[in-house]
Design a protein around this ligand. Structure first.
Ligand code: IVH
Length: 699
């Protein structure tokens, strides 16, 4: 009996409603399966939402139509005070872990299995199944009459916790099975979080923390985030945590003599689970003997970082269920399975300091100096903090305990700080505004993430790059001065700065690797030849940020002389076509560094010369010195167009009228500016008069 508190406007329950609810269940289940398990949706999200709302409306009008397998039950019910206990009818075993991360780990397992089975060396290899070892939380799902009735954690293997409400929110887990599924079925597998889902979750969490929401935190890794979500007492919160699931085994199942399935191999069992709608990892493979297990371990290890989720190893299982029964268990671990680990990719360590390193292009990178830790197969002592914003976001301080990650060949990074372990309040990291290598000013340009040293030619960290750039074919061109040679010259300290190139002699060169007299002579000749250059090649060769070949040519054409470029204030630089505020600022910063000027002087002193010319004649600017204010709607030109034309003719356009204004260009509906112009006696003209002014001066 159900009570209808709101009167009877929900209407009487018809058999049509019942049928529609069942039809909606079937459709929504099928679409959710395609979307979440197969990753191959058939209908747009909006259509799914429409069907979902229809079902919700029917269920709220007729609560007696609501059932535990309804897709609406995924959103999470009421918060719990605590989890109920669940006694596992078939214990949830754990597996023996092979800690030898080398190939021998697989070998040992195979040897033990063969011995237990009494197989001699001449008998064929054992048939195994190799799977990924997902880094999440083991769960047992119980289905009765095809409906998910209970989900439990492993607990101590005998008794776990009832987390049904939370598990229902995982869309990859079927709430209802097809008709051919057995009457009782317990499926075991791993609840985990994909890395991208984990990153997005943490991003949301950081947003909440930034807004001052109490009790929110970020998660250390996907496994902790998944475990926390599953053991969350409020299912509404669990529903917001993006969890996924892979099936890998069975618990209690209706026996064959009572109509249950009869499996002969583990592999066939997994295939059947997939056919019933459970996600089974695509990387499950059959493998013959130790050799193929080793190959699997190696292959999965190599592609580990490309997987969308974390694994901490692989699992080998004897495929034939009859052999599994024959092998049996030792204490709580089956003899027929083993987990073969990979080196951990994350470890805890402490921060000894935060340094700033300067790259070949002058980029400053904050780097955490760490107490040595073995992670991802190597000993790590440095981890990048990427840039100022990242360093601040992670807020890494000296003395902190941090999670360090090294995945594949990627440079190690600090994932997060364990704030609860921060012992004393070390100061926050701040990015230095000076290059730690050469002392030049370091700048972070607008819209960029990185600070850069402006020392260019002078900075030891950038020396090789600077020399290679200078010697480039399109710059000052020193034929034959390539990578290897520059490397040697700089590493042996023969060339400390650009001018040292022109001080090289046969004696110094002949001491270098693979440098015969002939090549030494060729290089000296090329250096001699490079001294005769052009201003634009020289300016380009200085390697000033944002100053490419075309800009260098424009600068040379416009100013004609190097000193004029070096001394030009920003305003004057802006007059050069091709030079905007960023380039102008970069030029100024470069030539304001005394070291850079010194390098230029020394190069000149070494005999590097070019032809200087007179500055390009200034284009005739008919309206230069005149200030305009444009107001109202002009008949033909937009206000921006009018402004552009005035500026192109050298005039200035101001926003407000003053005594200094020369002309007010007034269109229709001109208001206070026109009044003010009249009051101040400023000339008021219309669009036609403006066009005449522009035309008069154009010839
Ligand atoms: S089989 C009787 N297969 O690793 C065998 N476990 O102790 C039961 N795990 O508790 C486990 N991926 O949480 C199995 N492909 C996989 C697995 C896997 C991850 C977890 C599971 C288990 C632990 C091993």
């Amino acid at each position: 009996m159900t009570f209808d508190l709101f009167g009877s406007d929900s209407g009487a329950l018809t058999s049509h409603d019942k049928k529609r609810v069942l039809a909606l269940h079937a459709q929504l289940h099928a679409h959710a399966y395609r979307y979440h398990v197969l990753d191959d949706p058939q209908i747009p999200d909006a259509e799914y939402d429409r069907l979902f709302s229809e079902l919700q409306a029917l269920e709220s009008a007729h609560p007696e139509l609501q059932s535990p397998d309804s897709p609406t039950q995924r959103v999470g019910g009421k918060p719990l005070a605590q989890f109920a206990s669940v006694r596992h009818r078939v214990p949830m075993l754990s597996i023996r872990t092979e800690t030898d991360t080398e190939a021998t780990g697989a070998q040992h397992f195979d040897t033990r299995v063969r011995k237990e089975l009494g197989l001699t060396a001449s008998e064929p290899p054992v048939d195994y199944v190799a799977e990924l070892k997902f880094d999440g939380l083991a769960i047992s799902l119980r289905y009765e009459a095809g409906v998910l009735v209970q989900a439990a954690t492993r607990g101590d293997g005998e008794t776990g916790e009832d987390v049904t409400q939370n598990i229902r929110t995982i869309r990859q887990i079927p709430l209802r099975l097809p008709a051919n599924a057995p009457a009782v079925l317990e499926v075991r597998g791993e609840v985990y979080m994909r890395r991208a889902d984990f990153e997005a979750l943490n991003e949301r969490q950081r947003g909440k923390i930034a807004q001052g929401v109490k009790g929110e935190k970020t998660f250390v890794n996907p496994r902790n985030a998944a475990a926390g979500a599953v053991r969350q007492l409020d299912p509404a919160i669990a529903a917001q945590r993006p969890l996924s699931f892979f099936a890998y085994g069975l618990g209690e199942v209706t026996p064959p003599d009572e109509g249950g399935p009869e499996f002969t191999t583990h592999f066939a069992m997994l295939q059947t689970l997939a056919s019933w709608g459970f996600p089974v990892a695509g990387q499950v493979e059959q493998a013959q003997g130790a050799t193929e297990l080793i190959a699997y371990h190696r292959r999965m290890g190599a592609s580990r970082d490309q997987l969308p989720f974390d694994i901490d190893g692989v699992v080998y299982k004897v495929n034939a269920l009859s052999l599994q029964r024959q092998l049996g268990f030792v204490t709580r671990e089956p003899r027929w399975a083993v987990a073969h680990k990979y080196p951990a990719q994350e470890q805890l360590t402490t921060v000894l300091g935060v340094d700033v390193q300067v790259g070949r292009t002058g980029k400053l990178t904050p780097v955490a100096k760490l107490a040595p830790v073995f992670v991802g197969g190597v000993t790590v002592t440095n981890a990048t903090l990427h840039n100022e914003d990242e360093a601040r976001r992670k807020d890494v301080r000296v003395g902190d305990t941090v999670v360090v990650r090294r995945a594949g060949d990627v440079i190690p990074e600090v994932v997060s700080v364990l704030l609860e372990k921060r012992v004393h309040d070390a100061p926050q990291f701040t990015m230095p505004h000076q290059c730690p290598v050469c002392g030049s000013v370091a700048v972070r340009e607008e819209g960029e993430a990185d600070y850069r040293c402006t020392g260019g030619l002078f900075c030891g960290a950038q020396r090789k790059e600077a020399i290679l750039h200078f010697a480039h074919r399109r710059a000052v061109e020193v034929d034959g001065l390539g990578d290897k040679l520059v490397e040697q010259l700089v590493d042996s300290n023969i060339v400390r700065a650009l001018p040292d190139l022109y001080k090289l002699g046969l004696v110094a060169l002949s001491g270098l690797d693979r440098m015969a007299d002939k090549s030494a002579n060729n290089l000296l000749e090329a250096l001699e030849k490079s001294k005769q250059t052009t201003l634009s090649r020289f300016v380009f060769g200085l390697g000033i940020r944002h100053v490419g070949e075309a800009t260098a040519k424009e600068l040379a054409r416009h100013f004609g002389k190097l000193d004029a470029i070096m001394d030009a204030p920003v305003d004057a630089l802006l007059e050069v076509s091709d030079v905007g505020p960023i380039v102008a600022k970069s030029l100024r910063t470069f030539f304001d560094q005394p070291h850079n000027r010194e390098v230029v002087e020394q190069l000149r002193a070494c005999g590097v010369t070019w032809q200087e010319t007179e500055p390009a004649p200034r284009a005739f600017m008919p309206l230069s010195g005149k200030t305009f204010v444009i107001t109202g709607t002009l008949p033909n030109l937009s206000r921006d167009e009018a402004k552009e034309r005035v500026e192109a003719a050298g005039g200035k356009v101001a926003g407000s009228v003053s005594k200094k204004t020369d002309y007010v260009v007034a269109g229709a509906d001109a208001g206070s500016k026109l009044v003010k112009a009249q009051a101040l006696g400023v000339a008021v003209i219309d669009e036609t008069a403006l066009l005449v002014l522009l035309a008069e001066h154009a010839n």
